[in-house]
Design a protein. Structure first.
Lengths: 930, 83
């Protein structure tokens, strides 16, 4: 079956949309529906009722009266309701309005002279001939209609035209007088065929009067099945309910009309019928109240079935539910390789891989089946069982403890057996939102006890996962091709380098970075016990020679230990992230041990931190993945994780509020400097009030004051941070984290220890609230620092009530625009993906769509894949030259090159959040998790 | 014409490709004309080119040479279509 399907591709050339004529409705109808009742007392469908058995079957055992098929054979058949009076179809009111306005009220002709009509017709034909699509033809017809609507008098019969307006949703008026649907229909009937063609309608399949319904199509019962509740009561579908309403009113309308009831009553009923038919199509039509269920829930009618996220298109056609998948909470496990995922036993027992029985494996497969659905190994550990055996005829046999032996005997070549997961099976692992290809990667299974999925921490960044309750999905591949493809293309190690910027997205975070820092910073050294503890975690059996001997004791330097996991021929030079900012000399760099020099796989100097092994920035990761291949990079990350964890466990690592303790004297210094800043602002305000402030070019006086005040207060906060920072040394845990890039920033620290600084909304000092002031605690018109949102306190000292309120104001803005940003960027992403989903890079480097037309002549114009290039170039000439000539460029040259190349990436860049230009005062952020 | 769009800084160089060369280009790319991206005859660039080259029929090919951030200089082609 599969092979015959392959290679048959078909292209839809055109789709024709047409209207159903009343004749056609009656012709395709299996029965006319006249009664609003559904079932009789015995529970059988009533003839000519809404559940008539001519409309198809929903109960097993019964046969369809139209085609004779049983439940699965009969697709269902349409019925119809003859409406007593015509009603307007809501879906076409716009078109009806256009037609009424563009045609004569008396003779029905298009309100254009014959010549004009011919001109428009010619234009339309030309567009069609030149391959214009439907929308382009639509523009011409729209123009035609617009031109016709302008005319006041019919050019054919000379009749003065009235003004047709639409009273939403379905009432038409001409010069204020109501037009009944019947009158509308009569008018539409008068429009001659040739005039319709000018307006872009094909009268053969779409006569305009068909937009006013005289017969209503009733969908088959299979479309609106009734449900039998446990109590035996029947519950009908929303559509059936709505059709019942239509039928009832239709009946009453007919009776009243035939009995010659007063015009007023007939009109009321007619309008009611219109309401029911309208809500039958769309229960969210604006201008009318939605029809409700007895419980008050609005009914889900035709349009509601299709529209929106839960509609047929987005929920059932674009998205599908799958078997062989699992979802649970995730948790970290640094012992696992980045390629692995820990799967709970409970999940592994449910998830299966189909194994086809062949001559070579029939014996072992029989053994599996014989073990039943939940076998244990000799040590009581997990062993894979079999859940189902599939016979060649497609029948599935559930394997139970009872029938396992019998079923195993029956298994022979040609059977398929659904085997439970074993270690090493390849599966897809995914976290929503799936914003890039790294959101779904292939992992190797490790069946483990406990109930969470587990994976290596280095894989958190590409999934954007943390462990505060996140859940992830897992899919088991079901075909050999899929498994092979996933292993080659989707395995985690193949995605270490991102195609977005060419750097590593998989790498150390948090404690991994801190651990590497503690391991390698300056003269860190470890005793024999410590070294064995660290190295026992990775596959190194022999202790390297000790570096230092002191007082008869042997010590190993951390740099030497770290060198053990580097390839033996690796040479590189880069700056650590602890390096002081700005253009600095070699001496300062060396002083801070922040110039990393690796020669022949040995770390000669420098600290390995975020710039070495961190996700997004790790230079070593980058080079390994590029030059030594994904296998080497994977091994490095696996070992690096374990080693860093070992190192951090030896020292022990914690941070607390006392990490921000600073001496009394420093606190006084800070408050003094803040006070001078505030006084300075006061001085500014005074000079502004006296009119002595010097205006900045392009700014008003007020703006000048604001800019100056912001500048002073921004500097004041930085100064407070600096004063506090002087007392926070590199031995401080919080500082270690901030400097090494593990977590937090120096700004966070200075806000905790020094001063929080100016609060802002929309990049300006706070100003809103009361009349001319922010809070009633201040004088009206106070422009000083404290009155406009400057927070002197630090997070540690605590905030004054007014400061607290200002801080909440600033914080709220952040919350609001993250919320707005995510929803907006999500929508943008959806539209982008819809536009780009069929594009593909072909073998010749061109980007083409499925129609094989060229979109871009060379991928990215240069045909270079960023994840396989060096800083956007296909080859790294400097590197090759160095290798060939054996010449070392000076450290300065090397660093300069890197600075040019690094894009200034941060973790924030990863996610869709568009990082806005951060104004100095705006970058304040509480040091908490999101 | 009020001004020559080709002289604008943001508009890359457009050139009409001679018929013989067009066939060579298509052969090199191993494509047929309909697989090329399109440019309308009413496009301001074509209007300018028509001033220089005389009338340009549908089906002719335009070469767009632009300065590219990644490749230095890159070439693309457009098929002239009606309207």
């Amino acid at each position: 079956m599969m092979s015959s399907m392959r290679g048959v591709t078909k292209r839809i050339q055109s789709i024709k949309f047409a209207l159903l004529s009343p004749d056609e409705i009656r012709r395709m109808s299996a029965t006319k529906i006249i009664t609003a009742d559904t079932y009789d007392d015995d529970g059988f469908p009533i003839d000519m009722g809404l559940m008539d058995s001519h409309l198809g079957v929903i109960e097993p055992g019964l046969r369809c009266k139209t085609c004779g098929g049983k439940v699965d054979d009969c697709p269902g058949h349409f019925g119809h309701i003859d409406l007593a009076m015509p009603v307007i179809h809501v879906g076409y009111v716009k078109d009806i309005k256009k037609l009424l306005q563009a045609t004569c009220r008396k003779c029905g002709r298009l309100l254009l002279t014959r010549q004009q009509a011919q001109e428009y017709m010619a234009e339309m034909e030309q567009v069609e001939e030149l391959g214009g699509d439907v929308t382009e033809v639509g523009y011409v017809t729209k123009e035609t209609a617009r031109e016709a609507q302008k005319r006041q008098r019919c050019p054919h019969c000379g009749e003065e035209q009235g003004k047709v307006t639409l009273d939403k949703p379905t009432t038409f008026r001409e010069d204020g007088h109501k037009l009944t649907p019947k009158e509308v229909r009569e008018r539409l009937e008068r429009i001659p065929n040739e005039d319709l063609r000018v307006l872009g309608m094909n009268p053969e399949v779409a006569r305009p009067e068909w937009m006013v319904l005289t017969a209503l199509l009733v969908p088959p019962v299979t479309v609106r099945p009734s449900i039998t509740l446990e109590s035996g009561d029947r519950s009908e579908d929303d559509l059936t309910h709505k059709l019942v309403d239509v039928l009832r009113i239709n009946q009453r309308l007919r009776e009243n009309r035939d009995a010659g009831a007063p015009q007023l009553i007939v009109e009321d009923l007619w309008e009611l019928l219109q309401y029911h038919v309208t809500t039958y199509f769309d229960n969210q039509t604006s201008g009318i109240p939605p029809a409700r269920h007895r419980s008050g829930r609005p009914l889900k009618t035709l349009v509601q079935r299709l529209k929106g996220k839960e509609g047929r298109f987005r929920s059932n056609l674009s998205g599908k539910r799958v078997n062989f998948s699992a979802r649970t909470v995730i948790s970290p496990d640094p012992i696992l390789s980045i390629n692995e995922v820990g799967v709970p036993v409970e999940a592994a027992r449910e998830l299966t891989v189909p194994v086809h029985v062949q001559a070579y494996n029939s014996e072992i497969v029989k053994q599996w089946v014989k073990r039943g659905p939940a076998p244990l190994g000799p040590l009581g550990e997990y062993a894979p069982g079999v859940n189902y055996v599939i016979r060649p005829d497609g029948r599935r046999i559930r394997v139970t403890d009872k029938n396992a032996e019998v079923v195993a005997e029956a298994v022979e070549i040609g059977y398929t057996v659904e085997r439970q997961l074993v270690d090493g099976d390849i599966v897809l692992f995914n976290r929503q939102p799936s914003l890039h290809r790294m959101s779904m990667m292939a992992h190797e299974v490790r069946v483990m006890p406990h109930k969470t999925f587990r994976f290596n921490l280095a894989v958190c960044p590409p999934y954007n996962a943390d462990f505060d309750g996140d859940e992830m999905n897992l899919h088991v591949l079901q075909s050999e091709e899929a498994r092979a493809e996933a292993r080659v293309l989707m395995r985690v190690q193949e995605h270490i380098l991102s195609p977005r910027f060419g750097g590593p997205v998989i790498g150390g975070i948090h404690d991994h970075i801190t651990g590497s820092f503690l391991l390698t910073y300056k003269e860190s050294k470890f005793t024999r016990e410590e070294v064995t503890f660290i190295l026992s975690k990775i596959d190194i059996r022999d202790l390297p020679a000790p570096d230092v001997k002191k007082g008869g004791k042997e010590f190993w330097s951390g740099k030497a230990l770290f060198s053990a996991i580097l390839p033996k021929d690796l040479s590189m030079t880069f700056k650590s992230s602890i390096a002081p900012k700005g253009d600095i000399g070699l001496k300062e760099l060396k002083e801070e041990d922040s110039l990393v020099v690796i020669k022949d796989g040995v770390v000669l100097s420098g600290t390995i931190d975020e710039n070495g092994v961190g996700a997004f920035k790790g230079k070593i990761l980058d080079k390994l993945a590029r030059d030594y291949g994904p296998d080497a990079a994977r091994v490095f990350i696996d070992k690096g994780t374990k080693m860093a964890i070992g190192a951090i466990m030896i020292r022990g690592f914690t941070t607390g509020i006392d990490d921000e303790d600073i001496p009394e004297e420093a606190k006084k210094q800070i408050s003094d400097s803040l006070r001078t800043a505030i006084e300075k602002v006061e001085g500014l305000v005074d000079s502004y009030k006296r009119g002595e402030l010097e205006q900045m070019p392009g700014r008003s006086l007020e703006e000048t004051l604001e800019v100056e005040a912001m500048k002073i207060l921004g500097r004041a906060r930085d100064l407070a941070g600096q004063i506090a920072g002087k007392h926070l040394g590199i031995e401080n845990s919080a500082v270690i984290m901030a400097r090494s890039g593990a977590r937090g920033s120096m700004l966070n620290l200075s806000q905790m220890a020094g001063s929080i600084g100016q609060q802002a909304v929309r990049g300006e000092r706070l100003s809103r609230g009361y009349w001319n002031r922010t809070l009633p605690h201040f004088k009206k018109g106070d422009l000083g620092a404290e009155a406009k949102g400057f927070v002197k306190s630090s997070y540690k000292s605590g905030l004054h009530p007014t400061e607290y309120f200002f801080h909440a104001m600033g914080g709220r803005e952040g919350l609001v625009d993250t919320a707005v940003r995510t929803s907006r960027s999500g929508y943008m992403q959806r539209r982008l993906i819809n536009a780009l989903e069929d594009l593909k890079v072909k073998e010749d480097g061109t980007v083409r769509n499925t129609a094989d037309t060229i979109i871009q002549f060379k991928f990215g114009e240069d045909g270079v894949d960023p994840s396989r290039s060096v800083q956007g170039r296909a080859v790294d000439i400097d590197d090759i030259l160095q290798e060939v000539l054996g010449e070392e460029p000076s450290w300065k040259e090397r660093l300069r090159e890197q600075e040019m190349a690094s894009y200034g990436l941060t973790e924030k860049d990863m996610y869709v959040e568009i990082s806005e230009e951060e104004v100095e005062v705006e970058e304040e952020e509480p040091p908490s998790e999101e | 014409m009020r001004f020559n769009v080709l002289e604008h800084q943001l508009v890359p160089e457009h050139r009409l490709v001679a018929e013989e060369e067009a066939d060579r280009v298509l052969k090199a790319l191993k494509i047929t004309r309909d697989q090329l991206p399109k440019i309308r005859k009413s496009d301001p660039v074509i209007q300018v080119l028509e001033k220089i080259e005389g009338p340009i029929e549908e089906g002719r090919i335009i070469r767009v040479t632009r300065v590219s951030g990644t490749a230095g200089v890159s070439e693309a082609y457009r098929l002239v279509i009606g309207r």
